[in-house]
Design a protein around this ligand. Sequence first.
Ligand code: 8ZB
Length: 486
Amino acid sequence: MTLPAGTTIENKKLDRSTYESERCGVLRSWPTGHDVNFAAAIQRHQEMADSKKFSISLARAEASGKTLLQPRAGVALLLEHIRLLQDLSPFCDVLPTTVDAYTRHNRYHEAEKGIERSRAAGTSLLNGFPPVNHGVAGCQRLVDNLEKPVQVRHGTPDARLLAEITLAAGFSSFEGGGISYNIPYSKSVPLERSIRHWQYCDRLVGLYEEEGIRINREPFGPLTGTLVPPFVSHTVALIEGLLALEQGVKCITLGYGQAGNLAQDIAAIRSLRRLAKHYFEEFGYQDYALSTVFHQWMGGFPESEAQAYSVIALGSAAAKFAGATKIIVKSPHEAAGVPTMDANRSGLQATAQMINMVGDQRPLETDEITQEIEIIEREVHAVMRKVIELGNGDVARGAVLAFEAGVMDIPFAPASINAGRMTPIRDNNGAIRVFSKGDIPLPEDVVAFHKDKIAERAAVEGRQASFQMVVDDVRAISSSNLIGRP
Ligand code: 8ZB
């Protein structure tokens, strides 16, 4: 679908009839779409064991203070993918299906060739599992052969067919959003279009909810994973949360990617919860279940497996001290690429050891954490106020205008609509600060706070803060430090 010229996006629940007529086109766009049958899908979810329902795992974790572990995993062929998830299952709480890059770009013909070539080669030649090609029956077979809930994890600006097929097959959680699966991933997909396509996905989840089937939705928190200040990713998470709730989503998990400074990371997850409650209430949504997800470090990793374990461990400690509901786990193979099953299991085991040890301690409360929470909340309120003002109260329209104006600005993102005028940098304690704010409307005193923190580092290093310092920071963790010192 291309939006007709002049159409403006708005945060309004799609009419049932608009959705239905669009759905016909979506399901006809590739042969496996014909096998989607909504009534059969509802029955399937009704008959599914509670142990396979993502929302139930999340609700139990929220109630008991448990932290769920989830790896990433996906290979081209169905039987190999089933085997991989079965092997990982004892070491985690909830399962993924990481989708291949052709499917993320709706290139199902090429995914099909990748499947055929993988069969011939006897090994996966795709970087994930292609659910659309395996169809409802193939995906059902996957869900049937697993004992834990499965989530679709991808990076798709137009995920409508992917959502129809996987949810019909019994997947009970779907990652992504119209901003978070566009700006960090694509150069020229119009933001209005990806937001509109994700309204369709959320509306579909809302239809399942109307039938009493709870499907979890999870906007992608880490964005580019490169020096993203918490307020930047929080603003996106809150807007995508609001867009999802409007379409009838009831079970939402907001995410954040580890930045590296313990106090800032703990503050980020705690503030994210508070901010979500604040904005969801402000816009009149009351009936929802909220949870959080912490992503272990999404930037460059050290090549040495021993060093990689330390990065994994610090993220695990931060996530557990913060009280995140779920952790997305990295593996010691991260620097090399897609992990083997053994490497994936090792990452899960390292994470489990740390969260068990941290879980035996009281929640960490320090003045520094309190101060970071305060700063993040003031930053988010400043940006959200402007987004709401730009959109005349509508956050979908406000988000598009905010990106155009540089009010929302994601560091190192490829999308042409993204201004890229804000520059982040680490302070002397490794927290991510704003070096140059571009057109983000941060309050004067907050800007001054960032400036002081950066000056402190510059003095210690005996050099001016500069773009070279930013480059040094981007490389620091993969070369065994947090801060890019000269
Ligand atoms: C945006 C997410 C990037 C992360 C991992 C990468 C990286 C990608 C697969 C995978 C296991 C896959 N990732 N594809 N991990 N199996 N098919 O996602 O290594 O950490």
